[in-house]
Design a protein around this ligand. Structure first.
Ligand SMILES: CC(C)(COP(=O)(O)OP(=O)(O)OC[C@H]1O[C@@H](n2cnc3c(N)ncnc32)[C@H](O)[C@@H]1OP(=O)(O)O)[C@@H](O)C(=O)NCCC(=O)NCCS
Length: 162
């Protein structure tokens, strides 16, 4: 955990992001999908790395449009979970979004994703909507998504990082 660093994701990370996605979700997102998201207007990502280790510990991919930031992808590798990496990636993404002019962040999370829901709630996100059948569970049955939102106060983020 102490050695872990956050770095801006580049197009060269598209393959690692696709691997992280495949290890965490049943739906497949190709390298091309991550390349497109990273290259999209307002798109940005962060990678969590342990120096000297080839595979990243985790990554987060977002987009800022006007004053709104949205998380498209967020995962920590199975072996690296529950060590604070996810929270650091999320806090880094909030700060980066604030730096790009976002005043709030939105995300969708499956109703049965207890780990992510706990992390988001602890980080100050609140439920603002529900999308029935947005995902599928492992058996292919429809699964609802919760839409969550958090205001971003750039000053508070600056103070916390001091
Ligand atoms: C969600 C995810 C990114 C969390 O990453 P992580 O590095 O394990 O999270 P952290 O260690 O920073 O956890 C921060 C807090 O979140 C909560 N949390 C994280 N994992 C949890 C779990 N399995 N059960 C309950 N609470 C959990 C806890 O409050 C935790 O703080 P604590 O360890 O001091 O109790 C990770 O579980 C993951 O990659 N899951 C698969 C992909 C995914 O679901 N992504 C989100 C899609 S919306």
């Amino acid at each position: 955990m102490n050695q872990m660093v956050l770095e801006a994701a580049t197009l060269a990370d598209a393959e690692s992001l696709a691997r992280l996605h495949a290890a965490s979700f049943t739906e497949t997102w190709s390298i091309a999908t991550f390349t497109r998201l990273l290259a999209s207007p307002g798109g940005f990502g962060l990678m969590a790395r342990v120096p000297g280790r080839a595979a990243p510990e985790g990554g987060i991919l977002c987009q800022v449009a006007a004053d709104q930031a949205e998380i498209f992808f967020f995962a920590v590798s199975g072996r690296g979970r529950r060590r604070g990496t996810g929270r650091r990636l999320l806090d880094g993404a909030l700060a980066a979004a604030a730096g790009r002019g976002a005043t709030h962040m939105l995300l969708e999370v499956a109703v049965n994703n207890a780990a992510a829901l706990a992390l988001y709630r602890r980080a100050g996100f609140v439920e603002v909507g529900r999308r029935a059948g947005y995902y599928q569970d492992v058996a292919g049955r429809p699964l609802a998504a919760l839409v969550m939102r958090r205001e971003i106060d750039p000053q508070a983020l600056r103070m916390r990082s001091r």
